[in-house]
Design a protein around this ligand. Structure first.
Ligand SMILES: [Zn+2]
Ligand SMILES: [Zn+2]
Length: 682
């Protein structure tokens, strides 16, 4: 060859050689093709031409083109090999370079095996043709327009036309250039605008495929990517069992029949309809690239993700996960490294078991909600039927067979939107840290109800614990945790709620630090008044932090030269105020004890050397409540609350609010009766 025309942008090699033929001015196709490939038996092949080495060796001296440049940029090689394993793609490239390649590349690419046809005619876009003619003085065959099932020009977003040039014409050695005679605008089949939009999307995907160099991957890579994505979108369970009916239905709804028929990929078609199953099979074979693109787009997978990012379904996200043991120092901190995931076939729930070093174990559940899937990513904006919303929320979870019905609460996160799945959290095992905390609180005289609230358990469980305490003390660690059945467990909160909690806590902590910082000369009592609500919340939910970040009262100083008489009076005032606050509190009453007075007043042990403070001691002694005193006060509190809420003053209602152990039950019931009689009720 004495000259060679420079290939235009996205020009298919066939077209370059056709333009060459015209410029040669030689009439015989055979002579021309022999000049190109150095062989009279060469063929004019459009999609995957062969003997490219022959062409390279015949190019004029100093020609910059290599086999790779032609193969990657000017043939359909990248399209047909995109989803093939690396060795197979490499093999096809070799066949295309070789003199004897022939049509073997087509077999190896799986084109002959797939029942999907190749294009019959060379295709063109009238707008491209016009623009090319204006720019270069001639039109040419664009590579992307020749890709099978590409219906529109991705640049102009208009339908492509068939030219009159057969891809496999009667003269297999003839290269026919695009020209005004063979590129005539003729009649087009009608497509709905919606279908055309989908044609545009798929042509852009193909363009992306042709222009990017995605790495070749084994068949199993794609099979796994799709199945993992099915799991993410709830088209498969955690074990990889695919819900084909849902998947097929949604796929059809997503693309519509007209489009799928144009792509010859309608799943309803019995013969072709198996392709989605085939491509996701563990022994998947070659599948037409267009079908990979259809599936990827339906699944909201970008090509970059499909090729480069290994999808791994993680129903509970990445660890470490939060420990939800309120008795542990690390409560709500991400300390749990392992999760065991189990699938429950009966209700299609995916359960994660989170075990913490502190012995606490909880289970989170992802419930499958049919019809609430959203195809994410770059979709055409059409997705599965939205009215097909059947929420099988937590079915089975509440059933008795699971043995976890007790005190269970289902929390549904409505705000999270339809992408959020139903999630449940349930305590499986409380563990030694939690149990020790219960025992500690029982010893401190804290009521069962209070313990239940503080340790986030069902009060019945604490009661059982309290009763069995004697036995448990003599029990070994193992036995103790073994005795920990599912009975009496409860769902504690959704993880989202936990996060809400942390956010709230952060807000209150900041607010409290502000109050403390702005009032450096104030002690606890004053600070409490200044930051009333903040303080109440922190004392209840974040006591430890509050203690650490709240200064003791200024005037209380450790000093040898203390005048104890003056100190006694001062502290007495302070303690009186504290007790009054406890009594005035609208919250559920706590028993007034030396410990409570100490905590609430913020006084340190050395401040409260009662042997040196006779007045304070006398006052505290008089103020301390017996359990029964507390019950009496609680009853009054409960009656007030019930009145406020307009609820009936019954023994059941009152005891439900105050809570009462067996030990005092009889006395408490009598006291309630007495009070109610005094009120003239019942
Ligand atoms: Zn165009
Ligand atoms: Zn823990």
């Amino acid at each position: 060859m004495h000259f060679f025309p420079n290939p235009y942008n996205d020009e298919i090699l066939y077209s370059v050689l056709a333009r060459y033929s015209v410029r040669c001015g030689i009439i015989s196709h055979k002579t021309i093709i022999e000049g190109i490939f150095g062989k009279a038996s060469a063929r004019a092949v459009m999609e995957l031409p062969f003997n490219i080495n022959g062409l390279i060796s015949n190019l004029p001296v100093n020609s910059p083109y290599t086999g790779d440049v032609f193969i990657y940029n000017h043939t359909l090689y990248t399209f047909f090999t995109a989803f093939l394993p690396p060795e197979r793609a490499e093999g096809i490239k070799c066949l295309m370079l070789e003199e004897s390649g022939g049509s073997k590349a087509y077999g190896k690419a799986g084109i002959l095996g797939s029942r999907l046809p190749l294009n019959e005619y060379m295709k063109f876009c009238p707008k491209c043709f016009e623009e090319d003619t204006a720019q270069y003085g001639e039109g040419y065959w664009h590579r992307i327009h020749q890709v099978p099932f590409i219906m529109v020009c991705p640049l102009h977003e208009t339908l492509l036309y068939d030219s009159t040039v057969l891809v496999r014409g009667h003269n297999p050695q003839a290269y026919i250039p695009a020209n005004g005679d063979n590129c005539r605008v003729n009649e087009l089949p009608y497509y709905k605008p919606d279908t055309i939009k989908k044609f545009i999307n798929i042509s852009k995907d193909v363009q992306n495929l042709l222009e990017s160099s995605f790495p070749n991957k084994p068949f199993t890579w794609f099979a796994k990517q799709y199945v993992e994505r099915f799991k993410e979108l709830e088209y498969a369970n955690i074990n990889g069992r695919v819900y084909w009916d849902d998947l097929v239905q949604d796929f059809k709804d997503f693309y519509g029949e007209e489009f799928l028929n144009a792509m010859q990929s309608n799943i309803e078609d019995k013969g072709q309809g198996q392709w989605i199953r085939e491509v996701t099979h563990s022994d998947a074979k070659a599948m037409h690239p267009i079908r990979h693109l259809l599936l990827a787009r339906f699944l909201g997978l970008s090509l970059d993700t499909l090729f480069n990012k290994e999808i791994c379904y993680k129903p509970f996200g990445d660890g470490p996960w939060l420990c939800l043991n309120p008795a542990a120092d690390h409560f709500l901190e991400p300390v749990i490294k392992d999760v065991e995931i189990k699938y429950r076939r009966r209700n299609k729930n995916t359960n994660g078991f989170f075990r913490c070093g502190c012995g606490f174990e909880y289970m989170r559940s992802v419930a499958r909600k049919q019809g609430e899937r959203v195809i994410r990513g770059e979709s055409t904006g059409i997705r599965g039927k939205e009215d097909r919303v059947i929420r099988d929320k937590g079915m089975g979870i509440r059933s008795k067979e699971t043995g976890v019905r007790d005190g269970e609460v289902e929390i549904e996160d409505r705000e999270a939107g339809c992408e959020e799945q139903g999630r449940f959290v349930r305590v499986v095992k409380y563990g030694h840290v939690w149990e020790e905390k219960v025992l500690e609180l029982i010893d401190e005289g804290v009521s069962d109800e209070e313990i239940a609230v503080r340790l986030n358990a069902d009060v019945r469980k604490i009661r059982g614990f309290n009763r069995g305490k004697g036995d448990r003390d003599n029990m070994g660690e193992d036995e103790r945790s073994k005795g920990e059945g599912v009975k009496g467990t409860r769902i504690i909160e959704t993880l989202d709620n936990s996060i809400d909690f942390i956010v709230k806590r952060q807000k209150y902590r900041e607010e409290w630090l502000r109050v403390v910082g702005e009032n450096p000369d104030k002690g606890r009592v004053e600070l409490r008044r200044l930051g009333k609500y903040t303080c109440t919340w922190l004392c209840r939910n974040d006591r430890e932090w509050w203690e650490k970040n709240t200064p003791a009262k200024k005037y209380v100083q450790a000093d040898n030269t203390v005048d104890w008489e003056i100190r006694d009076k001062e502290i007495l005032q302070h303690v009186k105020q504290t007790v009054q606050e406890i009594l005035d509190s609208e919250e559920k009453p706590q028993r007034i004890s030396l410990r409570l007075v100490k905590t609430k007043s913020g006084l340190k042990s050395f401040d409260l050397q009662l042997d040196k403070l006779p007045l304070t001691k006398a006052f505290i002694d008089s103020a301390i409540e017996t359990p029964m005193d507390l019950h009496k006060r609680s009853i009054r509190w409960a009656i007030n609350k019930l009145n406020e809420e307009g609820k009936a003053l019954t023994i059941t209602n009152i005891t439900a609010m105050t809570g009462v152990g067996n030990k005092y039950r009889k006395q408490v019931v009598e006291e309630i009766k007495r009070v109610l009689e005094g009120l003239g009720k019942r």
